[in-house]
Write a protein that binds this ligand. Structure first.
Ligand code: MN
Length: 207
């Protein structure tokens, strides 16, 4: 048994003009495939872990043998983060409505959608080097949080539940936006799958 890369859940050009077809092809077929391959490779000497889910593995990295822990954190994070990233994007207007329980919680907790958008965009812009900006649910404090992580570090490893994420690695935008990261961060708001984010939030509330 190995971890597999599922097909992109929509066409490569579905997010045009905000995220271009070529970027999606290379990002999914090359970058995500490489994380997937290297995640599997990390367990060559420890195949027992391949029976677990990627979530189970990332939730408690201390259970991973030290000699492969960094490879598992980086490539498991890359594998999981991108799986989620494809799902929380959509070019379909029906999925883009900011509504439901997550919309209520975001508005209440961050003092309106506009302010939330500023906070998450700011987290994305201020992440120096490669990483991700996140909206997560903190099940201990029972509230939403916005922050960023470096590299492929995943909030699951800090006991948090990912709901929405923005890839701020250069590979996510450079082909189309070149050095204009702010234009990419601003464009991505047009293709957020709020229907999916709301599903993740409702599930997180039950955790
Ligand atoms: Mn990426």
């Amino acid at each position: 048994m190995t971890f597999e890369l599922p097909k992109l859940p929509y066409k490569y050009d579905s997010l045009e003009p905000y995220i271009d077809e070529q970027t999606m092809k290379i990002h999914h077929d090359k970058h995500h495939q490489t994380y997937t391959d290297n995640f599997n490779k990390a367990f060559e000497k420890y195949p027992g872990f391949l029976k677990k889910s990627v979530e189970e593995i990332l939730i408690d990295l201390s259970k991973i043998p030290e000699e492969i822990r960094t490879a598992v954190k980086n490539n498991g994070g890359g594998y999981y983060n991108h799986l989620l990233f494809w799902q929380i994007l959509s070019g379909d207007k029906k999925n883009q409505k900011f509504e439901g329980k997550v919309a209520e919680a975001v508005e209440k907790q961050f003092d309106g959608f506009d302010n939330f958008k500023i906070l998450l965009s700011d987290a994305a812009m201020k992440r120096f080097g490669s990483g991700w900006a996140w909206l997560v649910y903190n099940p201990i404090l029972k509230k939403l949080e916005v922050y960023s992580t470096s590299n492929q570090d995943c909030p699951l490893s800090e006991g948090k539940i990912p709901l929405l994420l923005i890839d701020v690695w250069e590979h996510a935008f450079y082909l189309h936006y070149l050095n204009k990261k702010a234009d990419y961060v601003s464009a991505i708001w047009n293709v957020i799958n709020w229907k999916k984010v709301n599903e993740l939030y409702e599930k997180a509330l039950k955790s």
